[in-house]
Design a protein around this ligand. Sequence first.
Ligand code: FES
Length: 158
Amino acid sequence: MTESSTMLITVQNITTALKDKPGALLPILHAVQDALGFVPEASVPVIAKALNLSRAEVHGVISFYHYFRSTQPGKKTIHLCRAESCQAMGGKNLENHVKNSLGIDFHETTTDGKFSLEPVYCLGNCACSPAMQIGTEIYGRVSPESFDAAINEPEELA
Ligand code: FES
């Protein structure tokens, strides 16, 4: 069985289990993302049919809530802080560098599948702005140079 057919069976099972709940679309999308790490494009017609919605309606909800990912997450997720303190300490420059360096925008995954990039609104590390998190590790006073060093640490590449 291929990976995509296994994913579709998971989506079908979740949809069947939840489709009769009131306001079933969001619980289904959350359950799919919890199970697979993202909401695959191929799941949209399955969910739309079960809920008697158009594909555009399902797409609209997925794209409205930034929480939902349409692409497979990378091996590690980089959360880059975009809140006020980090913005005041060069966060925008850092964001530009991170996006250029990885070749992706927020909510995307690098082509090698190593990193996904997500915005976050305060990591509780404001005293060391600008801040980011890679996996479970928090980094403070991040510069373009220290970002490059962090993503090239051996454990980040393993
Ligand atoms: S504002 Fe960025 S860590 Fe708090």
